[in-house]
Design a protein around this ligand. Structure first.
Ligand code: PPE
Length: 306
């Protein structure tokens, strides 16, 4: 999706004009993929702009950095503050927020330690991640020929830039074959996740989603959806499931900060349910967006007002 450029990007404590937000080509991150990042959305609500689950995203950013032994040169409080300031400075009413921590410029060579750890926060207005009609009509997807990372290769619990080389293989294959997205299996052949989304399956009124052991990103939208299902009294289990379970599901949907709750209407050209958004998906999607836009009481304290 092309950029809707904002005015400023926050870099290591200072605002820089969007077009001047540059780093050196010999920065460690460019050569070895040494970055961790977040993707967050801020929504327009009747009480002003609100960031959805800011705390959980910043916590995950710090966890990702910890896994990779990166010391972020700002506290969580300072990062929260930088995010709020960037949204205000760019005068967004709604936006996507991309904090990124990376190994910067000093020396090359795999050893990352001689390099500084840098952090930036960018924001921009981003439309529907999987296309303008995805949320209402659903998307057509394929099971990827690429597998998600095996445990103890690339840590899936870290939202690291390098993991997205695998995601790109999944995404490119899907697009070139005429699908919107790919679903990757884990190293044992169980369903894992999309290139940038977690996945949920509805069968006979119950919901199942892959466990962390299927090398998924511990999605914050996934957590929100699990919470919503429990509020609805719908049974949710985190368990491994087989590829063919996708084909015979009543409903399937993706979750993600960017993708929100996106129904899947076919997998490998096999129609899922009635081939359109199912009733449970619709109910969850509606509640998720109502929570994010503060149309119902924020009983979980998921919103941070800008
Ligand atoms: N799995 C992957 C691989 C993933 O990238 C995301 C988010 C999720 C699951 C869902 O996580 P959460 O956002 O916490 O619910 N993908 C982000 C980046 C997408 C991109 O193209 O960039 C996002 O949704 O912001």
């Amino acid at each position: 999706m092309p950029f809707n450029k904002a005015s400023y990007i926050w870099m290591d404590g200072k605002f820089v004009k969007w077009n001047n937000a540059k780093i050196h080509i010999l920065s460690h991150v460019i050569h070895y993929g040494s970055s961790v990042f977040e993707g967050i959305r801020a929504y327009k609500t009747k009480k002003g702009t609100a960031i959805f689950r800011l705390k959980e995203h910043v916590d995950r950013l710090f966890n990702s950095a910890k896994i990779y032994r990166m010391k972020i040169p700002f506290s969580k409080k300072e990062v929260n503050h930088a995010i709020l300031k960037t949204i205000r400075r760019n005068k967004h009413t709604e936006c996507y927020i991309r904090p990124i921590v990376y190994r910067g410029y000093n020396q090359l060579g795999v050893n990352p330690f001689p390099n500084p750890v840098n952090i930036t926060v960018a924001t921009w207005e981003w439309g529907k991640y999987l296309g303008p009609e995805a949320l209402e009509r659903g998307v057509d997807v394929m099971v990827s020929s690429w597998t998600r990372m095996a445990p103890n290769t690339f840590p899936a619990m870290a939202k690291a830039g390098a993991n997205y080389m695998n995601s790109q293989l999944i995404k490119m294959e899907a697009l070139l074959y005429g699908f919107t997205e790919g679903i990757a299996l884990d190293v044992n052949g169980f369903v894992s996740e999309g290139s940038g989304e977690n996945i949920f399956l509805v069968k006979d009124g119950k919901i199942i989603t892959p466990p962390l052991g299927s090398t998924i990103l511990p999605g914050i939208t996934r957590d929100s959806v699990i919470t919503i299902c429990r509020e609805f009294g719908i049974e949710v289990v985190e368990d491994m499931f087989l590829r063919e379970f996708l084909y015979i599901a009543d409903e399937i949907f993706f979750t993600g900060s960017a993708a929100e709750v996106t129904p899947i209407r076919s997998v490998d050209k096999i129609k899922i349910g009635k081939g359109k958004i199912g009733p449970i998906t619709k109910r969850i999607q509606k509640r998720y967006l109502a929570n994010a836009c503060n149309e119902i009481e924020d009983s979980h304290k998921w919103l941070t007002y800008v």
